[in-house]
Design a protein around this ligand. Structure first.
Ligand SMILES: [Zn+2]
Length: 387
């Protein structure tokens, strides 16, 4: 089966090329905003119909190469697919590239990117390590985005790779939650305390900046939340990597479909709940990706009753859950950490549902649902689905 991966590569352009790239990516953003205005005012969102209205103007006004004009139109049309009740504005500097606009060049001194600009083509070298080089060598890019962030250019190159068909029959339930970030039925466990503590630090810093309300405080606030997001991502990558490397051949990862998590987080403030469901989903997707890379299947099951069911006698009762961390069966007395019990139940659910959900057909649709892109490094920036 094939697995997509997005490799983030820093560019090392000369000063001259830097200027060309910058004016091009700015022109692309401005073109998107122009096209967006036309589309919204005339209520035309179909890419072909829109093309006739904006193509010539986009090329003349913004000096864009033909294919960049098309990419801008496509980006706008795609963005309006989700909502049409508001004029969409494009603020971030990012630009879609296709095979007419972008190509990798393999030179003795390393890999270069050839990119069309509003002037001539530029061919800056990629500033990458061995790991990224290897990923780029044996694959063709399927999707490429140029991103300008923190005064630097990055290419987000999505490549498809052939991976072994996932196979396995030994279910490992994975419970993800707040007290314990991850508890698995094979005994693997990551506590959530230090993470909660660090998040509290971030939150305190944030609220003190918010109360200041000055311009510089706002700037620092923005930087801070970026920093926090990056930190969370790093942690999630580390945790998922550790967990997946502890898996054995023949294992099947069983995780819960994350709809119930909101209910479980009910007693928390909603803002926190959002953060958690976001990071929980992300952790699941990282686990899924890393497991599939290793040929380990991943299935998602409905977590109904996993926190109330006794794994020994099967008795289902809310009263089994003595406290947040403790499970004790009121019928047979079985007692264990509640998160571990949930992970055990998840693995059993998978055994019970084997007939309906074949193990060797993993549910990989999940990533698409949440628009999560997998980056090669934990410090990589967020996905750019629209400008
Ligand atoms: Zn029991």
């Amino acid at each position: 089966m094939k697995l997509s991966k997005t490799v983030v590569c820093k560019l090392k352009p000369s000063t001259e090329d830097f200027e060309k790239l910058l004016s091009t990516i700015e022109a692309f953003r401005d073109a998107c905003n122009y096209i967006s205005k036309v589309a919204f005012e005339r209520r035309v969102f179909n890419p072909v119909a829109l093309h006739h209205m904006v193509y010539r103007e986009t090329r003349q006004e913004f000096n864009l190469p033909a294919n960049l004009a098309i990419r801008a139109r496509d980006r706008v049309a795609k963005a309006y697919k989700q909502r049409r009740n508001k004029l969409l504005k494009f603020t971030k500097l990012s630009m879609d590239l296709d095979e007419r606009l972008f190509r990798l060049i393999y030179k003795p001194d390393g890999i270069h990117a050839s990119i069309s600009t509003v002037q001539k083509r530029v061919k800056p070298p990629l500033d990458i390590g061995d790991y990224q080089r290897k990923l780029l060598e044996d694959a063709r890019p399927t999707h490429v985005v140029l991103v300008y962030r923190d005064k630097q250019f990055f290419l987000h190159i999505t490549v498809k790779r052939e991976i072994p068909e996932p196979k396995g029959s030994n279910p490992i339930g994975v419970d993800i939650g707040m007290n314990n970030l991850l508890v698995a039925s094979n005994g693997f466990k990551v506590k959530g305390k230090s993470i909660l503590k660090k998040r509290r630090c971030f939150r305190e810093l944030r609220s003190s900046l918010q109360s200041k309300g000055t311009k510089s405080a706002k700037r620092r606030l923005k930087r801070l939340s970026k920093k926090e997001r990056r930190w969370v991502n790093t942690v999630l990558h580390q945790v998922s990597r550790k967990f997946v490397s502890a898996l054995k051949k023949g294992d099947v990862v069983v995780m819960e479909k994350l709809t119930g998590i909101r209910n479980r987080a009910k007693h928390r403030k909603s803002q926190n709940g959002d953060f958690h469901s976001w990071s929980f989903r992300k952790l699941q997707s990282y686990i899924e990706y890393k497991a599939l890379e290793k040929g380990i299947p991943v299935v998602y099951v409905n977590p109904r009753n996993t926190s109330k069911t006794c794994p020994r006698c099967g008795h289902i009762d809310r009263a089994n859950r003595r406290t947040q961390p403790l499970f004790r069966c009121i019928r047979c007395g079985f007692q264990h950490n509640a998160d571990y019990v949930a992970s055990l139940n998840l693995s059993k659910l998978e055994l019970a549902q084997l007939g309906q959900a074949p193990v060797n057909v993993p549910n990989v649709g999940m990533n698409d649902d949440f628009g999560i892109i997998h980056y090669d490094s934990p410090t990589s920036p967020q996905a750019y689905s629209r400008g």
